[in-house]
Design a protein around this ligand. Structure first.
Ligand code: ZN
Length: 878
């Protein structure tokens, strides 16, 4: 097995930790009961009918990974992925309480049965002020009735709802196990809020939680991670279980501990720091006329959308950097700095301490801002777009300096902890070709590779510098000029921002400008993951960096948590976490605790703690039944994309997907009678289709023409929330129906029925396709198009980045965007088509003939053809 080295410092960040016992590929013959099908994918094909105008679209928008009819999933392919060299274990083994079992008097009727292996040690001294009257201590296991909490946490989604006890089975390379953690996702009901310090395990640092055993008499609680017995300073002393439920942390799997900032030294109350955090626009000054007109329109609309208290700054860059001064009320006037090198301290000081006003609240600066945008002029010299001098690096340095302002001087040596994040939004029409962090215009420059490397490093440093100053840098690019994404990506990534590309500076760009500035982001995030029973974290992919736990003020004897510095706490991002047991599991349950500490937008310190308990099982089929196809597919896709850096890598990764399918079928599928073929496990019936989409879609397939664009998508995907990630892997297909309703269909080309309109949501793109027969009827097609547009907007209302929304008619040249994202099934035999696309049954013979004849022949294999080519029988559809 070729072991992949841990690729820790990479964009996006991936943190891999050593895995034990390099390979377990050969294990685990699946013990399958090849029982009859139980229509696992029923709900998927039973089309929900959707009202596009219903504001409450949540059932449509959500793709719950919940107890869906889901099925199993595996991960890495047999050949290599995710195998890391054996190395020291991550977790120093927690104190296993071989200690005397829990003392109970025989007269303890309420004694709750502890789950196996969780006898309470008595080694910890009772807390000073607990009852120590020697009387009966009643343990109370709160978690007894809380098993179903998992499905309620939108912040943590596991690839399976059960864990295999046998390490050998659980660690089959193609059958990974893991979770998606979205720390910033808001919960509809709101979190349980606690305004005091948490009780944490003295041994390992884990938090007291809903699954803890509590001794009612002494108030002691047992840690679910290391089983240490801890005191609660008497707080948990209670007469009854009911009483303990008054503690939010003992009654809810998700709690937020909040420390309002007034306890913090140097705190200055701010009424709404979120709206007052400054936004600085850094705008490309090398745009041609059409691009300029677009961007002017978008910028005018953008400033009009800002809350009046937002402080705005405007910086323009080309060969020089112009910083606009808002003190001139009626004209656009700017201070100009050279772009070829970083601004000197002196020039920055004279700028900051000068008479100009470079950051001004929108209520005061709005007319000036409009004047400035109107005064922008198109590029006039005859230099090709890609060769124009653009000093992005210097411009961002200047923007950072004006955000910090004079206070940067005063706060030197003082720990400054402002709440909320400042934002720099770079509006770029081309690469950084001038000054620090730049690359030559031409790839044929003899020293290009070296200069590129230097530029990436410089940008990475600048991104980190911005992060230290609590500033997020987003880069919104547009146009066809290659951006040289590998150079600019580190700037956005290291600061906690994103890089997004657009066709032009028009509608989607304008929407993203607004969403970039308003999305809430916590700062100074630190995430910790703790697992019980020797389960270790083997890889983390997401918007963060590995971190050492800061033990300066709190000490836990055996804190074995994996700690990740989270760059920005946002609803739209998540972490993909791979988990592996390092030994056979003996307990009936395993526990996972995710904690993230951050400063929220109102300057309060939040510690969000989510505890999950999963039952363990011996049986592989019972495990497979608990697998969440969609979560598992997203985890696999993230691991795959991490290795798909270049287009050549992407090609290799397509083959890796094939290998994965084969391995899962061979290890977990059922052998066909009188044949060497295996059928893909029925519990995972959705999974191979999702991977087929991954393989042919924009992330790995050949849909995307330019490498820059694929690189942007890849980085976005690796950090994206579950919902967006899933949509980026597999599109969602909704057919317009009479009366403005929509029917959800599998994303097959069979949906292209001439009398229909179809919406295809592929995450970063939403397409509206109008059949030729429908578009011939003017009134009808206008109504259908309007309904589809409304749906497209509602589907992506909360999405960041906002997708490009395109509409086109059947047979138009743009329609290929649409076809290439659907599973080609028109050549499959009718019985197979009907099985996978049951809506066909509702068509008349005439309609079916017409549909059949509408397809232009092309060679792409259908899903069934593809999976058979791997010598695997497709899972039976419902
Ligand atoms: Zn502990």
């Amino acid at each position: 097995m070729a072991n992949q080295p841990p690729s820790s410092v990479d964009y996006p960040v991936s943190i891999e930790s050593p895995k034990q016992g390099s390979q377990s590929a050969t294990q685990a013959e699946a013990k399958f009961s090849p029982s009859a099908f139980m229509s696992p994918s029923g709900p998927r094909f039973a089309p929900p009918v959707i009202q596009p105008n219903n504001p409450n679209l949540s059932p449509l928008i959500r793709t719950p990974p919940l107890p869906s009819p889901a099925n199993g999933v595996r991960t890495p392919s047999p050949s290599s992925y995710l195998s890391t060299p054996p190395a020291p274990p991550m977790f120093s083994s927690p104190l296993q309480p071989a200690a005397p079992p829990f003392r109970t008097s025989p007269a303890t009727p309420q004694l709750v049965d502890f789950s196996s292996g969780s006898s309470l040690p008595t080694s910890s001294p009772p807390p000073p002020n607990s009852f120590s009257n020697g009387s009966v201590e009643v343990p109370y296991q709160i978690g007894d009735t809380t098993e179903d909490y998992l499905a309620e946490s939108p912040n943590v989604m596991f690839s399976a709802h059960k864990v295999l006890k046998q390490k050998k089975l659980a660690n089959i390379p193609s059958l990974g196990f893991g979770a998606l953690f979205c720390p910033g996702r808001e919960i509809s009901s709101g979190p349980q809020i606690i305004e005091r310090d948490p009780h944490r395990c003295q041994n390992c640092g884990a938090y007291a939680n809903v699954y803890c055993n509590v001794l009612l008499g002494s108030g002691q609680w047992q840690c679910v991670i290391c089983r240490n017995l801890n005191g609660s300073e008497g707080e948990y002393i209670a007469q009854s279980m009911q009483e303990l439920r008054n503690f939010p942390e003992l009654s809810s799997p998700l709690v937020d501990y909040i420390q309002t900032a007034n306890k913090r030294p140097g705190f200055v109350p701010v009424s709404d720091s979120r709206v007052s955090a400054p936004v600085v626009l850094v705008i490309d000054d090398c745009l041609d006329e059409p691009h300029l007109q677009h961007i002017q329109g978008s910028l005018h609309a953008f400033v009009d959308s800002l809350p009046p208290t937002t402080r705005l700054g405007i910086v323009l860059y080309g060969r020089t950097v112009s910083v606009y001064d808002f003190s001139e009320e009626l004209t656009a006037s700017a201070d100009v700095l050279p772009g070829e090198k970083s601004p000197s301290q002196e020039s920055l000081r004279s700028l900051i301490y000068g008479s100009g006003i470079y950051l001004s609240p929108v209520h005061a600066s709005l007319p000036v801002a409009h004047t400035i945008f109107s005064s922008l002029r198109p590029y006039t010299q005859k230099v090709p777009e890609a060769s124009r001098d653009r000093c992005v690096g210097t411009a961002v340095e200047v923007a950072l300096a004006i955000i910090q302002g004079p206070s940067a001087e005063m706060s030197r040596g003082v720990v400054k902890r402002p709440g909320g994040c400042s934002r720099i939004i770079v509006c770029a029409g081309g690469p950084n070709t001038y000054g620090p962090g730049s690359v030559p215009y031409s790839f044929s420059h003899p020293n290009y590779l070296h200069l590129e490397k230097t530029a990436m490093k410089w940008m990475d440093n600048l991104g980190h510098e911005a992060h230290r100053h609590n500033t997020i840098i987003d880069i919104l690019s547009a146009g066809t000029c290659p951006l040289r994404v590998p150079v600019l990506q580190p700037l956005a990534q290291a600061s906690g921002g994103v890089l997004i590309s657009h066709d032009d500076f028009g509608e989607a760009f304008g929407v993203n400008l607004q969403r970039a500035s308003t999305r809430a982001a916590g700062s100074h995030g630190l995430m910790e993951i703790r697992c019980s029973d020797n389960i270790s974290v083997t890889q983390v992919i997401g918007p963060g960096e590995e971190s050492q736990i800061d033990n300066s003020h709190e000490t836990f004897k055996n804190d074995s948590a994996l700690a990740i510095k989270v760059l920005s706490i946002e609803e739209t991002q998540s972490f993909a976490i791979s988990l592996e047991p390092r030994a056979d599991i003996k307990s009936d349950f395993v526990h996972f605790q995710f904690a993230v500490q951050y400063a929220n937008i109102y300057q309060a310190d939040v510690s969000r703690v989510i505890t999950v308990r999963l039952p363990t099982v011996d049986s592989v089929s019972s495990y497979l039944e608990s697998v969440q196809d969609e979560v598992a597919a997203v985890l696999v896709a993230k691991r795959t994309l991490l290795r798909a850096k270049s287009s050549k890598d992407a090609l290799d990764m397509r083959l890796a997907v094939d290998e994965r399918i084969k391995d899962i079928a061979n290890k977990l599928g059922s052998q066909m009678p009188k044949s060497k073929l295996y059928r893909f496990p029925k519990e995972l019936s959705l999974f191979p289709e999702l991977l087929f989409h991954l393989r042919q879609g924009p992330l790995l397939g050949s849909i995307i023409g330019h490498e820059d664009e694929r690189s942007v998508l890849r980085n976005l995907f690796l950090n994206a929330s579950f919902d967006l990630s899933l949509r980026m892997v597999a599109p969602r297909c909704l057919m317009h129906r009479e009366g403005g309703t929509f029917e959800e269909l599998p994303a097959y080309d069979l949906a292209m029925q001439s009398d229909a309109a179809v919406v295809l949501d592929h995450g970063t793109d939403v397409f509206i396709w109008l059949g030729s027969e429908l578009s011939a009827q003017e009134g009808k097609s206008a109504a259908a198009l309007a309904a589809c547009r409304t749906l497209a907007e509602e589907l992506s209302e909360l999405r960041f980045p906002a997708p490009r929304i395109l509409a086109f008619k059947e047979g138009s040249s743009q329609a290929r965007y649409f076809v290439s994202r659907l599973i080609p099934a028109h050549r499959d035999p009718p019985y197979e088509q009907e099985a996978r696309f049951p809506q066909l049954r509702t068509l008349t013979t005439e309609q079916r003939t017409k549909l059949k004849s509408s397809f232009i022949h092309f060679d792409d294999p259908s899903f069934c053809e593809w999976i058979r080519s791997l010598k695997v029988m497709p899972p039976e559809p419902s």
